[in-house]
Write a protein that binds this ligand. Structure first.
Ligand code: HEC
Length: 179
């Protein structure tokens, strides 16, 4: 049957009937219920707000929060491990929390001689890729722990302890141009 079929008769007060008739079947033009419309509009508004909050207000994404949490756990494990070999120190140098802690120690303890940007001064430049006492992470750890008293580099082992020294070495490593 075509669109032009006559519409069925309507009772007063009934919902309007849609224009089209298919195979003799006509449909009421029912209004969508308010709860349905409300849910639709509320979810549209929520979607815009959520999109703004993740894309424009720099709220950390779930992925970033998980990565940060894993880094924190790794940092705690690395610090507890106590054996600061080359591999452990290299991993520490890629850990934001450890490097931040090391940076604080560096600024308060080392910057007076090695410069706020590690550019050197009384002490050597620590970012010029030239290492007088060896540039392997464990070698840097050793020189910071033991110092070179005769040349004016203090012995930091008893002052800072291994954990803080490992952090500060991680910070120095993180600042190397090649890493
Ligand atoms: C009182 C000044 C002074 C302070 C403070 C100081 N250093 Fe030094 N540092 C030196 C001097 C001087 C040397 C050079 C030693 C030499 O001539 O062998 C040196 C050497 C070094 C070296 C060896 C560099 C190389 O080329 O092998 C490292 C690594 C180092 N310092 C790290 C640190 C760290 C980390 C701290 C903070 C915990 C620190 N220093 C604090 C004076 C200082």
């Amino acid at each position: 049957m075509s669109d032009h079929a006559p519409k069925p008769p309507q009772e007063p007060g009934e919902d309007p009937i849609r224009h089209h008739v298919f195979d003799g079947i006509a449909e009421y033009d029912k209004r969508l219920p308010n709860w349905w419309l409300l849910t639709l509009y509320a979810s549209i508004i929520f979607a815009i707000g959520y999109w703004m909050s993740t894309q424009h207000f720099r709220r950390p994404t779930d992925g970033a929060r998980v990565t940060a949490a894993i880094q924190e756990i790794r940092a705690a494990k690395l610090a507890a491990a106590g054996n600061y070999d080359d591999a452990v120190l290299a991993e520490m140098s890629r850990n934001v929390g450890i490097v931040t802690a090391g940076a604080a120690t560096f600024q308060s303890t080392c910057a007076s001689c090695h410069g706020a940007n590690l550019e050197g001064g009384i002490g050597f430049n620590l970012v010029d890729a030239t290492w007088v006492h060896g540039g392997k992470p464990s070698e840097i750890m050793k020189i910071v722990t033991e110092g070179v008293l005769a040349k004016g580099m203090p012995t930091w082992g008893p002052v800072l302890g291994p954990k803080k020294i490992a952090e500060v070495v991680a910070f120095v490593l993180s600042k190397q141009p090649s890493s």
